[in-house]
Every structure is written in C-alpha cells, then in structure tokens.
Design a protein around this ligand. Structure first.
Ligand code: ZN
Ligand code: ZN
Length: 420
C-alpha cells in the first residue's frame, strides 16, 4: 500500500553539491514491526542533511535518490499492532534511531549505538516510489527512492517512522503551534545541549569556548548558561551571530574575521586575552581543522576538546604523544550530545516554557515550497536554524491536524482507507 505525498528528494550530487527537488511521490505505507505513520507539521534543516546529500553514490553505504530529513515534528496518523509509546493523534518530535539491544543502547547511550550509521545514515531502499519509471529486466517499474533516513525521512509530508525515533510530547506541549518551534530539538539542539551537560559535564568553574554558532553552537551557549559556567566564549565569523550569542548568555565573543582587512586573526591571542590559562571546555561545531587544532592547543591542562562538526573526509588530528600525556587533556567525539532523546527533549521543552531556552531567537520559518531559501540561507550563514513548514498556514492554525486526526483514527489499521 502507498500514500501520495510531497517530499524533497535528493538525487546524486553534482559538481555544485547536493541536488534536491520537490516531488510528488508515493510513501510505501505498510507498517513493519515498530513502525508508525507520521504526518509532518515542520522539519528542521540540519547541516548533516547537506553533508550527507553531497556524499558520492555508494560511499558510506549512501544511495540515491533518497528522502532525507531528521528533525521532524508532527502527528501520529497510524500505528502498528505492537506500538506502545504513542496513540493515533499524538504530537511527536522525531530524533535518531537506535537498536535498543547493543551494549551502548543497553547502557543508555543510544547515540553511540553499534548500528548508528546503518540505521541513520544509510536508511532503507524503496520506502518511497517516484512517479518516474525505470526500465528493469525489460519491464518498466516505478523508481524506488531510499527512505528511513535517521529512521524518519522527515522531508516528506507523510513518512513511515521507526518507533525508537519518537518522543511523545502530548503531556508537555502547551500549544499545538509550539510543535514546529521544537522540531530541531531532535538533533541540533539536543546535540549542543548534551555536549555541555552530558559529555563535558560543565559546571560553574568551567570556562566554555563554543566554536561555530549554528543551531548546535547556540544550544551549547544556552546550556552553558543553564549550567552556570563562569565564562562562556562564543566564536564565529559573523558579527550578527555573535550578537545573538551574547543575548543567549555568552559572556565574551570572538570574531575570527579581523576588523582591519590587512590584519591576521590570532586565535591564541584572542582566547588568552579572555582566559589566560585557556578554556576548560572547547566545543567545536565547525569541523575546520585549523580551529580544532587551535582549540586543543589552547585548552587548559585537563581541558576537554569535544568534536561535533564533521571534519573533512580522511582528516587526521595530529596529537603529540608526550605533550598530550603531560597536558591531561581529553579529545572526545560527540554524536547527538550522547543524549537519550526522550529525556533531553522533555528537559529542553521545560526550559523553553521557563524562558531559559529562547530558541525563537534562532529560528527562521520557511514554507516548504521555498526550501531553497533555507539551503541558500544556511550556506551563506544568514540563517542560524531553518524550519520548513509543511502547510501554507502558520503553525498556529492546527485545523488540518484536527480534521485528519479524526479521519485517520477510524482507519488505524487500514491506511488505504484513510484520506492520506
Ligand atoms: Zn544499539
Ligand atoms: Zn542533525
């Protein structure tokens, strides 16, 4: 069975990078064990979508065409007989998928699941069908499109999602319109928050340096304030972002583009002018090798460098053995802030309603049809966090959600009979 739906389809990248196009496709809607059907209200655009849309066909197990998207927010429209955590009509936020059975999953570290890449980056073949046809074995057939990206492929209005991705927010959501605002919590925001609270275990004696002020970096700044870090330094190349970081709790800012056109930025001097001993926690969200290396070098004794931003393929961080031993420093890789999504998202929503997590300052809402604006704005650094809206109306208008909830509730086990 399948459902007609709109989706952003990524095709094999060209010399200018990712190739995305808005298409009418069919979502294969037969629900396997542990799967549900979600109608998206909003989807955050994360840099990982851009990075993994630019990977050549076949590398890292990635194939095209595919539907990406891994910061979904929407409503449950159908469930399988064994679904436990949600009911039809529940509002949900979508996060990454994990197996639930490997050592790290059992130890409550699902972001380091042994099967993370396969479940999240590769996805599954044929979860959507294109209107285009392919000739196979002398017969034409509808072109298969890969889906289940991060277990969700939330760049489709309707998508079959794995239950392990779901965070049911029906008991904590105060206004339906807030669901779109919370969409990026499933990846960007929990990554930045978790880096500070779970990975670095930051406290009031810490000097926190956050490099790169996208959605992840800004969330780290806010988490640093929640954890009462005595100094929070935000570093970026755009003054506008540094201003936002100051409004979120950064005590100091560093612009890597010198005011004088003919001068050269001196990382060490800029950081030590604020904290002579160096920061105790350095969070890198840029993946720029020079910044990663300078961050490690400048960190204080026993300081932690937390690597989040994707470094270039094949890049090796050079660590001098003896110096590293005496420094007592740590270099820590970080995926999704080492979060358990249900716990992290529930906490972030609580902070939001307390006024301690003002994510509205970061977010630009963009109607789906103008998704190219999100890509261009992110690439140019003009947008900190883009959230695509699946309806023309503002997210405050929840009338559609209510009407389709009613219809689908009657057909929970029979998707073909529902409107969708
Ligand atoms: Zn696992
Ligand atoms: Zn992401």
């Amino acid at each position: 069975m399948s459902i007609q739906t709109t989706a952003i389809v990524a095709r094999s990248p060209g010399p200018n990078g990712p190739k995305w196009a808005l298409e009418e496709v069919e979502a294969v809607s037969s629900l396997g064990a542990g799967e549900v059907l979600v109608e998206m209200v909003a989807t955050g655009v994360c840099h990982t979508d851009l990075v993994l849309s630019g990977v050549p066909e076949g590398m890292m197990g990635i194939h095209y065409p595919k539907v990406m998207g891994h910061e979904g927010a929407g409503y449950i429209r159908a469930i399988s007989p064994i679904t436990k955590s949600v009911s039809i009509g529940d509002p949900v936020l979508l996060s990454f998928q994990s197996c639930g059975a490997c050592t790290q999953c059992r130890r409550q570290h699902p972001a380091h699941c042994a099967h993370f890449n396969q479940l999240n980056c590769t996805g599954k073949e044929g979860r959507f069908l294109s209107q285009a046809t392919t000739a196979a074995a002398g017969q034409s057939a509808k072109e298969g499109i890969w889906g289940s990206f991060f277990g969700q492929s939330s760049y489709a209005k309707f998508s079959v999602v794995h239950e392990s991705c779901l965070v049911n927010v029906k008991d904590v959501l105060r206004n339906p319109s807030d669901l779109a605002t919370f969409a990026p919590m499933g990846c960007s925001f929990q990554t930045g928050v978790g880096a500070v609270r779970n990975v670095a275990a930051a406290g009031e004696d810490d000097v926190l340096l956050v490099m790169g002020l996208g959605g992840v970096g800004m969330a780290s700044v806010m988490a640093g304030k929640v954890n009462n870090c005595k100094t929070i330094i935000a570093l970026d190349k755009q003054e506008a972002r540094l201003q936002v970081a100051r409004s979120l709790g950064a005590t100091h800012t560093i612009n890597t583009v010198p005011a004088e056109a003919d001068s050269v930025f001196d990382f060490e001097q800029a950081v030590r002018a604020i904290c002579p001993d160096g920061p105790s926690i350095v969070i890198d969200t840029t993946g720029v090798p020079k910044l990663v290396e300078a961050g490690l070098e400048t960190a204080c004794a026993r300081g932690k460098l937390i690597m989040i931003g994707a470094t270039p393929f094949g890049y090796t961080l050079d660590i001098k053995g003896l110096e590293h031993i005496f420094s007592g420093k740590s270099v820590i890789g970080c995926v999704e802030g080492d979060c358990v999504p249900k716990e992290a998202i529930t906490e972030m929503i609580k902070w939001y309603y307390e006024g301690r997590f003002p994510i509205d300052k970061l977010t630009t809402y963009i109607p789906l049809k103008e998704y190219q604006k999100a890509l261009a704005g992110l690439a140019a650094g003009e947008i900190i966090k883009a959230v695509l809206l699946w309806e023309e109306e503002s997210p405050a208008d929840n009338s559609l959600s209510k009407s389709s909830e009613t219809k689908c509730a009657e057909h929970s086990g029979d998707l073909s009979a529902s409107r969708i």
